[in-house]
Design a protein around this ligand. Structure first.
Ligand code: ADP
Ligand code: TRP
Length: 332
């Protein structure tokens, strides 16, 4: 039997290069080796009260892009979180194993209190409980996520252990965060600082759907500096970001060429950015084309969601039935 992996993304609309290389490629690789449950976390996104039409469009768009990136419904279970009502039932039960004090201390919660003080709802506070249930309900052992989510995985282990301890069972196992390679990959932002994120503005991210023209315009606007004055001078963050972006999409000889040019103080950042834009376009064109093809096939999308939902519900129902039994709730 293959080990189980679970991961989800919130349906925030178009996926960008950071989402793809940081998250989705891991799922695509994992589907070959694991029994993967990959889903769109639409319930989680309710904390921000999206408009109904936007939520629906974003769920569909995220699914389209997952498929375009290579997730294959014949190799993994691809589903929408809200299509599995068992998750909501287990979430209620797990709220009894999450303490108010620990939930208030979670860094992602404290961030929200700071950034959106007018909407600190209880769903936000119990976000990690819902996430733990996403994972435990399928008995996942591996959870491919970025660094910012590791604390939630630790909480998942705590909630599962508390359940076990309370009822004197060894029912839930301990899942761990997982990445191929030593550390999660981080895609730099086009504004020259930190990592690519939608929250930093439209012009700082490259969407999987961006046309070549948009890709070029955004990359040409990325900041650099006035150039190295002496051989071996350390790079500024903006320039390091350009090199890091290049490493993601360009061939080794191209990268070596620009490394040497930087070292020789002969680098022309305009040329380098043109090259990154060209290589980025080559990298993203097949994905963009698949997005267009899949978007046109609504019947296929509906079928993928229905079949994935059915498989996920079967796995989730088994857990809920067993949990009801353990805690003494009468099964229907
Ligand atoms: P954003 O910051 O644009 O809102 P999300 O927080 O929705 O992105 O991230 C969704 C997933 O994509 C997460 O698993 C996250 O770790 C990954 N991710 C987002 N941005 C990057 C990035 N710049 N580099 C690597 N992974 C990223
Ligand atoms: N909280 C995750 C994020 O913001 C998304 C998510 C929801 C998730 N449920 C999950 C990730 C379960 C892994 C497993 O990126």
């Amino acid at each position: 039997m293959r080990e189980i992996a679970v991961s989800g993304v919130r349906p925030t609309g178009k996926q960008h290069l950071g989402n793809y290389l940081g998250a989705v490629v891991n799922f695509v690789r994992m589907q070959e080796e694991y029994d993967g449950y990959f889903f769109i976390a639409d319930l989680h996104s309710l904390t921000t009260h999206p408009r109904a039409a936007d939520l629906q469009a974003n769920v569909r768009q995220t699914l389209i892009e997952y498929l375009a990136c290579g997730l294959d419904p014949d190799k993994c279970t691809l589903f929408v979180q809200s299509h599995v009502p068992q998750i909501s039932e287990l979430y209620l039960i797990f709220n009894m194993f999450a303490y108010d004090g620990e939930l208030h201390k979670v860094p992602t919660f404290k961030d929200k209190v700071r950034t959106q003080p007018d909407n600190v709802n209880a769903g936000l506070l119990t976000y990690p409980v819902l996430m733990a249930v996403d994972i435990l309900i399928h008995h996942a052992m591996k959870v491919p996520v970025g660094k910012d989510q590791m604390q939630h995985i630790e909480m998942t282990r705590n909630f599962g252990n508390r359940f076990n301890h309370t009822y004197g069972v060894e029912y839930f196992k301990e899942p761990i965060g997982f990445n191929y390679g030593d550390a999660p990959l981080s895609v730099p932002s086009l504004d020259g600082e930190g990592k690519m994120s939608k929250s930093k503005g439209e012009n700082t991210v490259i969407y999987l759907m961006d046309e070549p023209d948009a890709i070029r315009k955004k990359i040409m606007k990325a900041p650099s500096d006035s150039g190295p004055k002496e051989p071996g001078q350390p790079k500024t963050e903006a320039v390091q970001n350009l090199f890091d972006l290049m490493k993601l999409v360009s061939k080794p000889d191209v990268i070596a060429h620009y490394d040497q040019a930087y070292h020789d103080c002969a680098i022309r950042y305009g040329d380098m950015k043109k090259q990154i834009a060209e290589d980025m376009t080559v990298f993203l064109t097949p994905i963009r084309e698949r997005i267009r093809e899949i978007s046109a096939d609504q019947a296929y999308l509906t079928r993928v969601m229905e079949e994935g939902g059915e498989k996920a519900r079967a796995s989730a129902q088994k857990t809920v039935t067993e949990v009801r039994e353990i805690i003494g709730l009468k099964s229907r």
